[in-house]
Design a protein around this ligand. Structure first.
Ligand code: F6P
Length: 341
């Protein structure tokens, strides 16, 4: 069998572990050939690819990013790929394509699959918001990085009697904010799923200061925003899900808290630090398991499917099911978090 593999969308710690696992399982387990398309679907459309052998993937398990490069492709070019799906498979002589990516990539994978390309998807995103898998690799790493940042910010906040507002990634789902906020012992967490009252944060800081704890750390997802009338926020942009989104919540919330509290507040935008660098052990293992199962699925002819974690088992689920909705944080998860603020 000849297998094509590509990584598309935003990068994510663990991508190299999947590539390595696919190559090992395919070459040594089945005697297959593997080619890697460069820079996501662009490589597939433009014919940029290279053979992947054991030496190519040696030493990449712990490396962040992706040795194949990645890109986000415009819809127009994806439609072009879908129109030519069957011919593209023939052109490269591939019997299976393993695209590794998030919601956008998996939607594209579904289009290609519907158009006749033999596809087995592998989900990835630091946001952990793909509904049909309990976890995506990359999330554990992002949470670990953000947790360490919160730990560090607490000591400097305490030394200067400041409020720190840490903005973490998560435009539509607040999993990183929730879990790093809980793990780091943040004193407030703001998620995209639930509009927050600025006054609640003001009261929380005042209460802490009144009992002698003269600092606070608030963990805010980039997609979080204040409840109507709770802070002057102007108009946001309407995203592809029809939700109003605002830019720069970390900066704006820190300024607002400083104004209302009369206490110094500092914003810290973690940004792409959360996506770069070496994956945690958990993410390396999950990524390696997904790679193994993707190759096995290709050999069974389980196309139009993607790998998913259900409990502790890796299973195959239809791509159609994977991309119908985002997995957001349910309300009761915030109750658990709030009880330890
Ligand atoms: O989906 C992953 C993600 O890291 C989001 O959390 C974040 O909003 C977005 O990608 C950032 O995208 P870009 O790298 O294009 O700025």
């Amino acid at each position: 069998m000849r297998i094509g593999v590509l990584t598309a969308g935003g990068d994510c710690p663990g991508l190299n572990a999947v590539i390595r696992s696919v190559v090992h399982r395919a070459l040594t387990g089945h005697g297959d050939e593997v080619i890697g398309f460069e820079d996501g679907f662009k490589g597939l459309l433009d014919g940029h690819h290279r053979p992947l052998d054991l030496n190519e993937v040696s030493g990449i398990l712990a490396r962040g990013g992706t040795i194949l490069g990645s890109s986000r492709l415009e819809r127009r070019r994806l439609a072009e790929a879908a129109e030519n799906a069957a011919e593209l498979a023939g052109k490269y002589g591939i019997d299976a394509l393993i695209p590794i990516g998030g919601e956008g990539t998996l939607s594209a994978a579904r289009l290609l699959s519907d158009a006749g390309m033999p596809v087995v998807g592998v989900p990835k995103t630091i946001d952990n918001d793909i509904s049909s898998t309990d976890r995506t690799f990359g999330f554990d790493t992002a949470v670990t990085v953000a947790t360490e940042a919160i730990d560090r910010l607490k000591t400097t906040a305490e030394s200067h009697q400041r409020v720190m507002v840490v903005e973490v990634m998560g435009r539509h789902a607040g999993w990183i904010a929730l879990e790093s906020g809980m793990a780091g012992g943040a004193h407030g967490i703001c998620l995209p799923e639930r509009h927050f009252e600025v006054e609640d944060l003001v009261k929380m800081v005042q209460e802490r200061f009144a009992r002698g704890k003269k600092f606070a750390v608030i963990c805010v997802a980039e997609g979080a925003h204040p409840a109507e009338g709770s802070m002057d926020y102007g108009k946001g942009e309407i995203d592809q899900y029809g939700h109003e989104r605002f830019q720069g919540i970390g900066n704006r919330l820190a300024a607002e808290l400083e104004r209302r509290l009369g206490t110094e507040a500092r914003p810290v935008i973690l940004g792409h630090v959360q996506r770069g660098g070496t994956p945690t052990a958990y993410d390396r293992v999950l990524a390696t398991r997904f790679g193994w199962h993707a190759v096995e699925a290709a050999h069974r002819g389980d196309f139009g499917m993607m790998t998913a974690l259900r409990g502790t088992e890796v299973v195959m689920v239809p791509l159609a099911e994977a991309v119908t909705r985002l997995k957001t944080v349910p309300g009761d998860r915030m109750l658990e978090a709030e009880s330890v603020f």
